[in-house]
Design a protein around this ligand. Structure first.
Ligand code: SF4
Length: 921
């Protein structure tokens, strides 16, 4: 068709090219100098460069890329803490792309909303789903573990193998030789429960994850009696002083970082405390390039300044903390009712009432008859020494925790703190003054601080700062820890689905302890002159920490799903050559071939995030939204729910065929009839499908009561209320969620022995090891010069997306270690050199990137790289090993008791040092 026949169409391509040429020529004409405005009249009017292009069919082809015939709401389950709702577009049964859903209801017009919510990893998941690493069929290993030799198996063959082995283990060695590992229920609880229910009904050992990954901040259970409680991220906007302490939110909280940066428009100042000048530091008003591992010194130095300069909130401290509680200096124990009266209680404590001039019982402690911390007109003294009469009639001098704290803090003079942290003294002073006067103030806390050996001490020191200044329990304030998507909002519904016959009938195990004891990983350090083995033995003997299997048996079967145990295992090669080698059967349920799958015996292909029905929640917001099946599980994969259902059926079938009599599990006095396993697993036939499982959780939790899976497919829904059994604040309309309002506003006791924020732990081990109060201890001594730092990164969520084509293109495409130019110069290293990183534990070989923002004396490798993704030798966990902190083995002390993922030793890894040299490759 000629140009003339379509006069309504704009210019042709030829005209466009002519026009462009004329314009260029006009601009080049004499007289069209920079000072003279060019005449562009030739470009005005109806303008379409494609007006008469003859072959326009390709345009439709291009447009069709963006067409779809179905849209399904879903999300991602990689422990990113994001929990972002996405729409997945499907055409002809193929998932073609995703788009942020952007329909979270707004909390309040005064707060920025959560829309749109997502990150670059979530935006390319459809490509991951169809990538070569996707598992398609059940596989059974044919070579040695890790060799990569497999044969395709049928589901029936693979499940029969697993079912027979699990049953043989139970009858031959005991149910505690079967171990189960899966992580983070909040990110997909139905998938989690599928396996936990099986573990529950067959008496298997269920392993922890939050402490093992060192995401648990142990200072929270110690001080507050909770696992982790943080405000949702919209509440960051309410703060007037935001301290990013070891938390690089620009990289690790991509959907939420804006709340902190937007808070600056609301009058907030942002402080960043991090050894490296990173992408969050650039947004800060005050940046502390702190020496690695010295966060505790800074916190305690600032605490001293707050007290010395009278910047503390005394009424808050008197009511909400244990700082006024009385201690007997001789024994270093709290003054208890049992000290004052024969037959008195061990869990009733005292403060000195300045009005009555006598010691009075603290309301709200575990042994108190009063279920409130209301002071009823009393005025607890913070400072001083007092005389009390003990039960034996003798008089004793007592003092307050606050007095002891002041003595402890005397060692943190400003100059010393400045020298140890490497920070200017006047800026530390400025920080203390601003923290004490800008209200509300919050600390956003991350793994950068938490992954150190003495994480409990630094947690306690940081929590102390926001307690002294009266910030905890207020919107815009507090200590808010975000590492891992650990907390599930509809908690009670989840527990009922996960462990149906109550949690008391489940074998739970702290994974750090399990991995340490069942491997050759040995910590050479002494603690108070004793080995960690001594502390472990004592702890287990006293019933403080469980250790399964019992009686010196070894674990025999290990089932992993929704997790990558081996990639994350500290002392990788040590575990591989001992604990891993000793296992008779390793089963990995996965949608991709990761390190754990590669080193397994049986691999079962699982549905990806877009091929299943489930739900998702996070601490970062107060909404629930679903996973939806955009298409049926690809190839021969199945949902986790269907896999464990099929395994339960297979075990019933095998038990029936073998004529197995019920197994009497003495520990729980439970007769386990495995011929009925599938019937039990499905809740006697009531929960067959994953959608029924979702509705079961929603219907059995206060937070989601009345909601159904179908409703949340429509739109994310905000939680309607909180279960007071699980939570410490209410959900309030128009208000961002922040914890501990029950304690501050309703005067409900804290969940601790003393009923207050407890900074003084008078357990004998804490006293012996000098940790009764928050204090600073140097990082564990290692003889190498460079700290080994393995933080969460921008281009992956742990190991997920590490091997994604698009993400690899945003970096150098393989494992890199970052080093400061001075450190590189000293070692004669050039950018992009192959380097060998080593210490006495192991080594790895990868490329070097020289980075001026890195801290001298430290090297960084963003974590999660699978060993097979570009290391010449070793991996990022080849240099670490398991170190257990004795105080984290304590139990049966008021609120300090073993509880899965709440309290138990953490698997820290920052106190590791290395040397780097040019590699011979
Ligand atoms: S990976 Fe996590 S943070 Fe990223 S879009 Fe998905 S849910 Fe959000």
């Amino acid at each position: 068709m000629s140009d003339e026949k379509q006069p309504q169409k704009p210019n042709s391509r030829r005209t466009f090219l002519q026009t462009a040429a004329l314009t260029a020529a006009a601009l080049a004409l004499p007289g069209c100098s920079r000072n003279q405005k060019p005449v562009l009249s030739t470009l005005t009017g109806d303008f379409d460069p494609l007006r008469s292009y003859p072959y326009r069919g390709w345009e439709d082809f291009y447009r069709k890329i963006w067409t779809w015939d179905k849209v399904v709401r879903s999300t991602h389950s990689a422990n990113c803490t994001g929990s972002c709702s996405w729409k997945v577009y499907v055409r002809n049964g193929v998932m073609v792309r995703e788009e942020q859903a952007a329909d979270y209801p707004r909390i309040s017009a005064d707060l920025p909303d959560y829309n749109p919510r997502g990150c670059q990893k979530g935006g390319c998941f459809t490509e991951y789903v169809y990538s070569p690493q996707r598992l398609r069929y059940p596989l059974i290993r044919t070579g040695v573990r890790g060799e990569g030799k497999w044969r395709r198996a049928t589901w029936d063959e693979a499940l029969t193998l697993v079912a027979e082995k699990l049953l043989d283990n139970i009858y031959d060695y005991g149910p505690d030789t079967n171990s189960f590992f899966s992580v983070i229920p909040a990110m997909s609880p139905v998938s989690f429960c599928a396996g936990s229910r099986l573990a529950h009904y067959i008496g298997g050992v269920f392993l922890s994850f939050y402490d093992w990954y060192c995401d648990l901040p142990p200072g929270e259970p110690l001080t507050w009696g909770v696992q982790t409680e943080s405000c949702e991220c919209a509440d960051w906007f309410n703060s007037k002083y935001i301290v990013l302490w070891g938390s690089n939110i620009s990289q690790t909280r991509i959907p939420d970082a804006h709340f902190a940066y937007e808070a600056r428009y609301n009058g907030a100042k942002v402080v960043c405390i991090s050894p490296d000048y990173n992408s969050s530091a650039i947004h800060s008003d005050l940046y502390f390039r702190i020496n690695p591992g010295t966060d505790g010194v800074l916190a305690l130095g600032v605490a001293k300044l707050l007290i010395d300069q009278n910047l503390i909130d005394a009424p808050y401290v008197k009511e909400q903390t244990d700082l006024p509680l009385l201690v007997i200096p001789g024994t270093k124990r709290f003054l208890r009712e049992s000290d004052l009266t024969k037959g008195g209680k061990e869990d009733v404590f005292y403060f000195w009432d300045s009005k009555q001039q006598r010691a009075v019982p603290t309301p709200g402690s575990m042994g108190s008859d009063k279920k409130t911390i209301q002071l009823d007109g009393a005025d607890p003294a913070l400072s001083g020494t007092f005389q009390v009469q003990l039960a034996d009639g003798k008089s004793a001098e007592v003092t307050t925790v606050f007095e002891l704290l002041k003595k402890e803090l005397a060692g943190y003079e400003l100059d010393g703190v400045a020298a140890r942290t490497g920070l200017p003294a006047h800026e530390i002073e400025l920080f203390a003054q601003e923290l004490g006067t800008r209200k509300p103030a919050m600390i956003i806390h991350g793994a950068g601080t938490n992954h150190w050996f003495h994480n409990d001490l630094s947690n306690r020191a940081l929590i102390l700062l926001v307690a002294l200044t009266g910030n905890t329990g207020k919107n815009g304030g507090g200590f808010n820890h975000y590492v891992g998507q650990e907390r599930i909002w509809p908690e009670q519904g989840f527990f009922k689905l996960a462990f149906p016959e109550t949690r008391k009938k489940q074998r739970f195990q702290n994974t750090t302890l399990w991995s340490y004891v069942h491997s050759t990983n040995k910590d050479p350090h002494l603690y108070n002159g004793k080995t960690i083995e001594w502390y472990i033995q004592e702890s287990v003997k006293n019933g403080w920490m469980p250790l399964w299997p019992k009686n010196g048996k070894k674990p025999r079967a290990f089932i992993v799903w929704r997790a990558n145990y081996l990639n994350q295992a500290k002392g990788n090669e040590i575990l591989e050559s001992s604990l891993w080698k000793d296992l008779d059967l390793i089963v990995d349920i996965n949608y991709r071939m990761d390190t754990t799958a590669l080193y397994s015996d049986v691999v079962l292909p699982a549905a990806s995030y877009y091929e299943k029905v489930d739900i998702n929640s996070t601490d970062c917001h107060s909404y629930i939204h679903p996973f939806g099946k955009a298409c049926e599980p690809l190839f021969e994969s199945k949902t986790d729910w269907d896999i464990f259902h099929a395994l339960a059926e297979k075990m019933s079938e095998v038990a029936t065929k073998k004529g197995l009599k019920p197994f009497h599990d003495e520990v729980f006095d439970w007769n386990r009839d495995f011929t009925q396993l599938a019937h039990d697993w499905t809740g006697k036939g009531t929960i067959q499908s994953d959608e029924q499982a979702v509705d079961f959780i929603l219907g059995n939790a206060e937070e989601t009561r009345g909601m159904t899976y179908k409703q949340i497919q429509e739109k994310p829904k905000r939680f309607i209320q909180t279960d007071p059994e699980s939570w410490n604040s209410d959900i309030q309309e128009g208000v961002a969620y922040t914890p501990f309002k029950h304690q501050l506003e309703k005067k409900r006791p804290w969940r601790t022995l003393t009923g207050r924020q407890q900074f003084y732990i008078d357990h004998p081990w804490y006293i012996e090891l000098g940790e009764a109060l928050p204090t600073f201890k140097e990082p564990i001594e290692e003889k190498y010069p460079l700290y080994w730092n393995t933080p969460h990164g921008r281009w992956s969520i742990h190991s997920t997306w590490r091997d994604h084509r698009a993400m690899l293109r945003l970096q150098r495409g393989g494992p890199i270690v970052y080093m400061h130019p001075d450190d590189a110069r000293k070692r004669g290293l050039q950018d992009n050199d192959w380097v060998r990183i080593h210490n006495e534990v192991g080594h790895c070989v990868c490329r070097l990137q020289i980075l001026p923002g890195e801290k001298p004396g430290r090297v960084t490798m963003y974590h999660g790289w699978e060993k097979y993704l570009g290391f010449k030798e070793g991996g990022w966990q080849s240099l670490t090993y398991i170190k257990i902190k004795p105080t984290q083995l304590v139990g049966k002390y008021g609120h300090v008791n073993f509880r899965l993922n709440y309290w138990g030793p953490t698997g820290n890894n920052r106190d590791t040092k290395v040397e780097v040299e040019k590699a011979k490759v």
